[in-house]
Design a protein around this ligand. Sequence first.
Ligand SMILES: Nc1c(NC[C@H](O)[C@H](O)[C@H](O)CO)[nH]c(=O)[nH]c1=O
Ligand SMILES: CC(=O)[C@@H](O)COP(=O)(O)O
Length: 162
Amino acid sequence: MATANKNLSNYDKNTIPNAKDFRFGIVVSEWNDKVTEGLYSGAEAALLDCGALESNLVRWNVPGSFELIYGAKKMIETQNVDVVIVIGCVIKGETMHFEFVCEGVTQGIKDLNVQTDVPVIFCVLTDNNEQQSIDRSGGVHGNKGTEAAIAAIKMADLRKKA
Ligand SMILES: Nc1c(NC[C@H](O)[C@H](O)[C@H](O)CO)[nH]c(=O)[nH]c1=O
Ligand SMILES: CC(=O)[C@@H](O)COP(=O)(O)O
């Protein structure tokens, strides 16, 4: 279902495990920071709403979305987290750089999910223009950060039970 037909901020707390026992790593890209800060706010609010402790949220910033890969890798290696959320916003420009950054980040985060025992949640907007990003970071389509937080809680719970 396309995002236009599904509000990213909708969730039912009755269907979500309590997050109080989980430790969350959150790596945030500084590129397009008006958008990434909105995504982070959505994620943080949802995590706390679902029981996460402020002291169990570890936030690091990285320069751009491509650096989310290394940031998540070091977060996993050093911070004893149960799950990582990577937050970025890639907006198409004049050149092919958009395609390479998006593909590189996608493959890198996929690799971390395969190679490590900690789930890494992909909260990276890959949009054609700034308005699409605004609409998905607390705008008309909700907040992808909220969606990512809920996915993070569910995956941390799955990892605990697996
Ligand atoms: N154009 C965007 C970038 N580009 C920067 C790269 O992510 C990376 O930081 C650089 O290539 C150095 O390694 N990053 C975004 O997050 N969003 C963009 O729109
Ligand atoms: C995704 C990017 O790196 C892109 O926004 C950079 O813009 P441009 O392709 O015009 O150099």
